[in-house]
Design a protein around this ligand. Sequence first.
Ligand code: SF4
Length: 445
Amino acid sequence: MIENNRLTLEQYQHNFTDIHPPFENKDGAIIEANRCIMCYDAPCTKMCPTHINIPKFIKQITTGNVKGSAHTIFTDNIMGASCSKVCPVEKLCEGSCVYNLLHEEPIQIARLQRYSTEKAMYNNWQLFERKPSLGRKVAVVGAGPAGLACAFYLAKEGVDVTIFEKEAKGGGLMTYGIAAYKVTPEFCEEEVQYIISIGGIDIRYNQELGKDFHLKDLQKNFDAVFLGIGVGVARQLDINGENYEGVEDAISYIYNLRTNDFSEIPVGEKVAVIGLGMTAIDAATQAKRLGAKDVTIVYRRTEKEKPCTDVELDIAKLDGCNLEYLAAPKEIISENGNVKSLVCSRMRLGEADASGRRSPVDTGETFTIDCDMIIKAAGQTPFEELISSSKLENKYGKVSVNSQYKTNWNGVFAGGDCINGGKEVVNAAQDGKLAARSILEYMLN
Ligand code: SF4
């Protein structure tokens, strides 16, 4: 049965507590920072999509220069505080740390980054001075990581920025789409406030592109426009029973979880989650932490081809989620309109596809998973209708841009998930930063 309020307040608090605890004190951070051998041509910096000078910020921690360390991080990535909590560091900076070659634990780069950036945020250190106004206005659509990064780096150079955000809060995916035990809504709000405290950034909430305003109005009223609208629509399974009571999409489910008390979120006793990306893991682990007795993740390939990282998968396993590999949803069975079970096709692996991973092939055999709730996390599709109706050139809904992030509209730039279909927060932050440079060049030349 699907019901809310399955746990006590203490249990909810315990289940949703910070999964990556910070260093308890300064000494812990300094000891860890001193392990870093400050590599020349550091592989960790190369692997960071925003190319933060990692050995430099770690060195600054060892000398007690935490302000300088935060400045180094934010110079390249103004979302550095968020990224220290949500980046898949095991496949980025920490995954490339030279200590891995020695079969030793890599430097805890994310934890050190968190140490410096949180200190800066919570002490409201103003590390950058906004240049005098250039007399130029830019509209940014979307207050997610790409939009915030673009707005910050433009405001820093003296541009007046107006952000139009469709939700009631900023942060985008950080605020509405990531597991609550990784980053809290309060943290996201504080981060947005810290970023805009540089000045010159006005955020207008509850303003949706295509409803409350149109692209052509922005193009007319501003010197340039940046689109950081993300992706948002959950991919349909296109199987029978998708509309039964108890079938949810992971994006909406996580959104509800992020905007309501945990005790208000209904969860099934037996939940099946479809997909094995990061969103699927977030949905499965949170269903378990809300009190579901049995959570089964259904994935059509094997563990080897999984889109999530090993660390993410370990979280799901440690939370007690079951994994059903080589299984594809075929039909949802109901009882009185409510989900009763999920029929799956048994797959086998065939030839490699364009992604280089072996494709799942239907064996013709089926099996059934008993469940009263199904969460769909089989990817997201872009805002195809909105993008096409705005006459933006696009590929299957992904906005097309050139190497300077320019769209086919004069003075309109785009970056983040709306151009790549959905990557990491750190990729969006990098797009926003680079697009800000292109916009400045466009406006001032
Ligand atoms: Fe330090 Fe590791 Fe980066 Fe080298 S690769 S600079 S040891 S964090």
